[in-house]
Design a protein around this ligand. Structure first.
Ligand SMILES: Nc1nc2c(ncn2[C@@H]2O[C@H](COP(=O)(O)OP(=O)(O)OP(=O)(O)O)[C@@H](O)[C@H]2O)c(=O)[nH]1
Length: 312
């Protein structure tokens, strides 16, 4: 959805549950802003006990004192029911604020909510804060980080990506869930916003070109291959600064997007070979997650199912 289209999204009047078709099994519950947690019809046990993350959105262009009160009530209620839930606070619509004002707003919100929690001796509750806007990539970046916290195998993915990058001359790589443009993993070098935006924009370019000129598809699947899901789809964009963007389909939902120097891309055969090893490792981890350790016992007799699997 483009930012302009959000103008026509209807206001949330009741709790809406949506299952997300993607590489992960996600169910998102959207709550109306005016929801009264003290209403007897609100079943906190049902809502919070099975949840893994609570995302609270604060409108940074509005007076946020009332929102902070709601945040406090929501967080304390949820924590009481489910102490394992992670709390993610999006300080949203920051495009209307200057850089200094953004930092000041985040500091102020952080300080006020931390003080309230400390007064109630609940300073063991940890909240993460993100400055977001739909007018740049910050919203995707924030949601990516929220999703990554839910992935138990994140360290394995990161490890596989580090091995791929260091053996293929890749500067930065992101494993994207293509439909949502959320990246579920990256290598451990720091994420700079510019590389992330380039890689993320590549998904849009390929998606747009493919949806206009590619074969007709009725299901939401990978746009980069005529046989989506067979892991063969790829695309290359050479940039005018001597860098190359290389996209490879991992499966129907996931694609790897790499940023590397043009000189290093001369060894494309090596990169493709390394990519296939990487792809196999990633798919093995997904199978392990879905079908348990038994799914890999034949292939990797040393696999013990709980972190004992080394895909490299
Ligand atoms: N400037 C700016 N506007 C945004 C952003 N995100 C959403 N909007 C606009 O905000 C409007 C809807 O916002 P809100 O009324 O705050 O939405 P909400 O509070 O989630 O609405 P409910 O569904 O009623 O809870 C739409 O017109 C969007 O275009 C953003 O990052 N920046």
């Amino acid at each position: 959805m483009s930012p302009n289209e959000t103008l026509f999204v209807e206001s949330t009047s009741r709790v809406r549950k949506e299952s997300v078709v993607s590489s992960m099994d996600l169910e998102i519950w959207d709550f109306p802003g005016h929801l009264d947690l003290d209403d007897p019809s609100f079943d906190a046990e049902e809502v919070f006990s099975g949840s893994t993350a609570l995302v609270f959105v604060i409108d940074a262009q509005d007076d946020y004192l009332e929102a902070l009160q709601r945040l406090y009530t929501t967080v304390t209620r949820a924590h009481k029911v489910n102490p394992d839930i992670s709390f993610e606070v999006l300080i949203h619509k920051v495009d209307g604020l200057s850089d200094d004002h953004k930092i000041e707003t985040q500091r102020d919100i952080h300080q006020r909510i931390s003080d309230e929690l400390a007064d109630a001796q609940l300073d063991n509750i940890h909240l993460s804060f993100y400055l977001t806007s739909i007018y740049d990539h910050s919203i995707y970046e924030a949601i990516s980080k929220v999703i990554q916290k839910l992935i138990k195998q994140l360290a394995t993915f990161e490890n596989l990506m580090n091995i791929l990058c260091s053996n293929s001359g890749v500067e930065k790589a992101f494993l994207f869930d293509i439909m949502s443009k959320v990246y579920i993993a990256t290598d451990s070098s720091p994420v700079d916003m510019q590389s992330y935006e380039l890689c993320s924009d590549m998904i849009d370019v390929i998606f747009d070109v493919s949806s206009i000129y590619g074969p007709a598809q009725d299901a939401p699947v990978s746009p980069v291959s005529p046989n989506p899901g067979n892991g063969e789809g790829h695309a290359v964009i050479k940039l005018n600064n001597g860098m190359v963007l290389y996209l490879r389909e991992v499966n129907s939902y996931l694609s790897l997007v790499c940023l590397l120097r043009e000189d290093n891309f001369e060894k494309q055969g090596l990169i493709d070979y390394n990519f296939r090893c990487f792809q196999e490792g990633i798919l093995d981890v997904f199978n392990l997650r879905k079908f348990g350790a038994g799914a890999l016992k034949d292939k990797y007799p040393q696999c013990n199912g709980v972190g004992g699997f080394h895909a490299s």
